[in-house]
Design a protein around this ligand. Structure first.
Ligand code: PXP
Length: 238
């Protein structure tokens, strides 16, 4: 069964807009779990414009499901995840000012750096995932560098899906097959929504986890959080 990890960064963005504690990020995370989410994802950025380091520390003992922390492996990020010890760390190649992750790692170029970081996390007992594009060479290098999983960057799938779903999914099935061949676990995320998620899942039913934020929180404005989480979970049953 593919797990749904809800990315709650948008909740923190909303809270930060007014400076108080509404909406309450911790309560929303616990409600996501109560409504059926299999995990919670956060992406603390250096400027703390959404999730703050203090949120990450406070959430750790409260959560009952998988805690996934995404980020660029700068020394400060590594210190935070070694302190918090989440179940999974997803490494992304973002620059600090990036609006959102918009590319996967060039694992070949950054091979030595990533291998060292992955080893540090592995020694701390944290499962690792590398954010990569649907590129079999990068997946090969991710396995060689010692990652436990890869997360496929699904924005190109989401962009082409409305026009040509078959063409959109083909490189992702190839990449997912390569990940399975390399013995890697498989996550996916970015721009997944209730329209494009069922088709992705039907073609790659061995996905371990999807990490979804933006569309899910937007859907919740209309449907409510509980019904939205049920709808995403149902998309993963098809
Ligand atoms: N995976 C990674 C690595 C991300 O950086 C993000 C966005 O923070 C997501 C998944 C979730 O993407 P979206 O908000 O488009 O669902």
């Amino acid at each position: 069964m593919t797990q749904l990890s809800v990315n709650i960064n948008k909740i923190a963005t909303l809270r930060n807009a007014r400076g108080g504690n509404v909406p309450d990020v911790q309560k929303v995370a616990l409600d996501c779990e109560r409504f059926g989410a299999d995990g919670i994802t956060v992406h603390p950025r250096p400027d703390e414009r959404h999730i703050r380091r203090s949120d990450v520390v406070a959430l750790r003992p409260l959560l009952h499901t998988e805690f996934n922390i995404e980020g660029y492996p700068a020394p400060e990020f590594i210190r935070l995840v070694l302190q918090v010890k989440p179940h999974q760390v997803t490494l992304v190649p973002d620059t600090p000012d990036q609006i959102t992750s918009n590319a996967g790692w060039d694992v070949k170029t950054h091979f030595n750096f990533l291998s060292e970081v992955l080893e540090t996390l592995r020694k701390a007992g944290i499962r690792t995932s590398l954010f990569v594009e649907a590129n079999t060479e990068m997946i090969h290098y991710a396995a060689k560098a010692g990652a436990d999983r890869v997360e496929l960057y699904t924005e190109p799938y989401a962009a082409l899906f409305p026009e040509n779903p078959q063409k959109a999914v083909a490189p992702f099935v190839e990449a997912a097959t390569a990940a399975r061949r390399e013995g890697l676990g498989l996550n996916a995320g970015h721009d997944l929504n209730l329209d494009n998620l069922p088709y992705l899942h039907q073609h790659i039913p061995w996905l371990d986890e999807v990490s979804i934020g933006h569309a899910l929180i937007c859907d919740a404005l209309y449907r409510g959080l509980e019904s939205t989480i049920h709808a995403y979970k149902n998309s993963l049953r098809s």
